[in-house]
Design a protein around this ligand. Structure first.
Ligand code: SF4
Length: 405
């Protein structure tokens, strides 16, 4: 949907913001995010640096243009809730200093159960955050121990109850499935517990430990039984069933919501609208380029303090092949899929027939659904989305193969 024109009659240029808070009290065994452990980081110095970076980004990316509107803000990490309510209030003020925010503007605060109190959430809501996402991961002590989280089922329950008690009316809960040795009945019990809180949003992520993580090393060394694909598939299907029966919309591979509560920030990313990331390791996308800010807190702080200069970043201009890959991959993740027009915008005219032929074949096998609007994954194929993606991308690249694009 096109944004409404502003008072000058021009359509606003909508952007999203992501702010990375790279601090955690501990390191989870499956974590590959940039996060720092340890006592006593100087959070105020970090907020000072974010304020400087935000000003530099606005200047260099021309974001103080009156046509710019901030449509969503996501404070992630790391563990943003370690900042406490006063600093969260300050962070909100820092971000408000700049382009106007849309009305409404979705402002998400990601929290870890261990640092949640009713006071903290109450303070954040009063400061202007309007969506809270609780990284529960599980309600079971044994799952949490396996994941290396210093939490417990009881702590997770209390954090969610405190978030609700503080007045949060847009609550998200994250769960993880596909753990080594995960018991199907216990997974269903975790799902029931999550749904009992009636969150507006529920994310169920498949555990996929990356190489540098402790969990990967344990699996590689044979000290943990590797998870079984069939078991993970059944857990995923159990999540689809439970969420569907509770009235949730399955709008993206890993995400479910009550009607009207899709996460705007996630949609901005999947629908390739511009977003700007602040903080070390944060990603940005402008429509024609992507970059990732240095994942080095010392470099990050030094440049902003001493220059001030924007922290080092790897910037990459997107080529036609990148647009094609991203549009197909991100489009397929969503239940709405891709329209034929969206496909035509990224696929060369000579490859269109290949894509249509492949799509008809995949529809015949039951992996996707096609109609005159476009194509989308069949619900039972969400779990194997990557295979469908590879099939369609190969067809889309047929015309360019050998041309060295
Ligand atoms: S809380 Fe999140 S960011 Fe921090 S270590 Fe655990 S998974 Fe990583």
């Amino acid at each position: 949907m096109m944004p409404a024109p502003d008072q000058t009659g021009a359509s606003p240029r909508e952007i999203s913001l992501y702010v990375h808070i790279p601090y955690c009290h501990y390191k989870c065994r499956y974590c590959s995010f940039y996060s720092l452990r340890g006592e006593g980081p100087d959070y105020d110095a970090y907020l000072d640096a974010l304020a400087v970076e935000w000003r530099l980004v606005r200047d260099e990316e021309c974001l103080d243009d009156p046509a710019v509107r901030v449509a969503s803000v996501y404070i992630g990490g790391g563990t943003p809730s370690v900042l406490g309510s006063e600093r969260l209030r300050r962070l909100h003020r820092i971000l408000r200093d700049g382009p106007a925010w849309g009305e409404p503007c979705e402002v998400t605060l990601e929290v870890n159960p261990e640092s949640v109190t009713e006071e903290l959430i109450g303070g954040a809501l009063a400061a202007g955050y309007n969506r809270v996402n609780v990284g529960a991961q599980s309600f079971r002590d044994d799952d949490l121990a396996l994941l290396g989280r210093e939490s417990s089922g009881e702590r997770v329950r209390r954090a969610i109850a405190d978030t609700r008690a503080a007045g949060c009316v847009n609550l998200g809960i994250d769960l993880v499935f596909g753990l080594p040795g995960m018991d199907p009945e216990k997974w269903r019990a975790s799902l029931r517990e999550a749904l009992r809180f009636a969150p507006e949003h529920l994310s169920c992520y498949l555990l996929a430990p990356e190489e540098e993580t402790i969990l990967h090393q344990l699996l590689h060394a044979g000290r943990l039984e590797p998870p079984i694909d069939e078991a993970a598939f059944l857990q995923y299907e159990a999540a689809r069933l439970a969420a569907g029966q509770a009235g949730y919309e399955h709008y993206e591979i890993s995400n479910f919501c009550k009607p009207g509560f899709r996460c705007r920030h996630h949609l901005d990313i999947w629908q390739r609208r511009p977003y700007y990331g602040l903080g070390p390791s944060a990603h940005s996308y402008t429509g024609d380029a992507r970059w990732c800010t240095t994942a080095d807190i010392h470099d990050y702080l030094a440049r902003l303090r001493e220059g001030p200069l924007r922290p080092a970043r790897q910037r990459r201009r997107l080529e036609a092949a990148d647009h094609r890959r991203e549009a197909i991959l991100l489009g397929l993740r969503q239940a709405r899929g891709l329209t034929w027009d969206e496909i035509a915008a990224v696929v060369e005219a000579e490859a269109t027939a290949h894509v249509e032929r492949r799509a008809r074949f995949l529809a015949g096998t039951g992996f996707i659904e096609i109609d005159e609007q476009g194509l989308r994954l069949a619900p039972r194929a969400f779990f194997v989305a990557h295979h469908v993606f590879v099939e369609l991308l190969e067809a889309a690249e047929k015309a360019t193969a050998g041309r060295g694009e």
